[in-house]
Ligand binder design. Structure first.
Ligand code: SF4
Length: 394
């Protein structure tokens, strides 16, 4: 059987954070139930097309999937198991946020087969959390953490964000050390990006002028120190960096995300979800009304618009050149790098035949390294990854 990853999007949050441009919004129970009904229809509709696939990972992200009532989550997982072949050893992750987790929900997630949780902490500093517009304090995160551990979850990620306004290298170090000491199996540490259309963009975007009473973003030196210190600090606690922004204890790397970087096939279900099937990339509509309407009668939608377009906003047929580029810049995000023989297997050429010049140049500059059939970024190369990746565009 071919293998497939599933991504399920839950577009609900208690309140919108000030930096967030994800597809998510607050919603009442009725709206949530209608969405889950639609999602289940979409799952059922895909049953035949993906009957030859074995599901190796499921990732329920958002938004905040933990805002759903436990029985709604259970309905989604029941539909998944009833319509797809979910491997008995599948990694099944759910994103959760402090302030939305209860003992009862944890029991239901376990019963639904969820075996990995990802908790959004972002910072241990309450002032920084307030700055981000998060709904919780560090204390409230700790309540969630204890519930999750008491509920038997032994594969847990903690999400952190660096370069928060007002953050110093010292406050970031405190966040890292405090989070690492909790003993989670995985940590993600992404830098804050000021996205257009967010309250942060009004405060800190190109034309914002002045930040008023809000503290400024960390300066370049602080940001560099934050970036460069992270891997070393986490190493002290037994975490190894396996991707530019992801750290794990041995054996706890996120299989689902590794699949993205290895360009495995994945199917996205739910509003706005993206997919890679064969060499086609497509996105579900981001329009809730359209999503709910089409899902109500999938067969009619299919008749009207055709199988591949009735839920999808776009459909891109990737060329060989697109696939090569993706193979390189997604694969090089992993600290293990890319397997050169895999490139040859997929594209019928040696990687040097296509990328000889940048490989020679970056190897000479100490940013890339060829070792045991792998090509990978060096530590310095990881620090300058954006610069390196831009030269792998053909
Ligand atoms: S909890 Fe996450 S998805 Fe929801 S608004 Fe905040 S950052 Fe966005």
């Amino acid at each position: 059987m071919k293998e497939l990853e599933l991504y399920i999007h839950i577009p609900f949050c208690v309140k919108k954070c000030a930096y967030c441009d994800f597809l998510s919004a607050p919603a009442g129970e009725l709206e949530q139930r209608k969405y889950v009904d639609a999602l289940i229809k979409e799952i059922e509709f895909n049953r035949d097309e993906f009957s030859g696939y074995l599901i190796r990972t499921v990732f329920m992200g958002g938004g905040t999937p933990s805002v759903l009532k436990g029985e709604e989550t259970a309905r989604i997982f029941q539909a998944l198991r009833g319509n797809f072949h979910v491997d008995e050893n599948a990694e099944i992750t759910m994103e959760v946020n402090p302030g939305t987790v209860t003992k009862e929900k944890i029991v239901q997630w376990k019963e639904s087969g969820v075996n990995r949780l990802s908790i959004g902490l972002q910072s241990v500093n309450d002032e920084e959390l307030r700055m981000l517009g998060r709904i919780h304090t560090y204390e409230q995160f700790l309540d969630t953490w204890e519930l999750v551990r008491a509920g038997g979850f032994d594969n847990v990620n903690i999400d952190l964000i660096s370069a928060i306004p007002g953050q110093t290298a010292e406050s970031w170090e405190r966040t890292l050390r405090t989070a690492a000491e909790l003993g989670s199996e995985h940590l993600s540490a992404y830098s804050l990006i000021v996205e257009e259309g967010t309250p942060f963009y009004d405060r800190y975007g190109e034309n914002s002028g002045n930040t008023g009473n809000w503290p400024p973003l960390p300066d370049e030196d602080t940001e560099r120190r934050i970036y460069e210190d992270t891997a070393g600090i986490l190493k002290e606690y037994g975490f190894h960096r396996y991707e530019i922004s992801n750290y794990a204890r041995p054996g706890y790397e996120c299989r689902h995300n590794l699949g993205y970087w290895e360009r495995r096939e994945y199917l996205g279900l739910g509003i706005g979800a993206s997919s890679l099937i064969g060499n086609q990339r497509f996105h579900n509509t981001a329009d809730m009304e359209k999503y709910l309407n089409v899902c109500k009668d999938m067969e009619k939608g299919k008749e009207q618009f055709g199988r591949q377009t009735f839920l999808h906003e776009d459909m891109e047929e990737l060329s060989e050149k697109d696939c090569m580029e993706e193979f390189m810049f997604l694969g090089l995000r992993k600290t293990a790098g890319i397997l050169c023989s895999e490139f040859r297997k997929l594209f019928g050429k040696n990687v040097e035949e296509v990328y000889g010049e940048p490989i020679r140049r970056f190897t000479g500059q100490g940013l890339l390294k060829r070792e045991g059939g792998m090509l990978r970024l060096t530590e310095r190369g990881i620090d300058m990854s954006n610069y390196v990746f831009s030269d792998f565009l053909l």
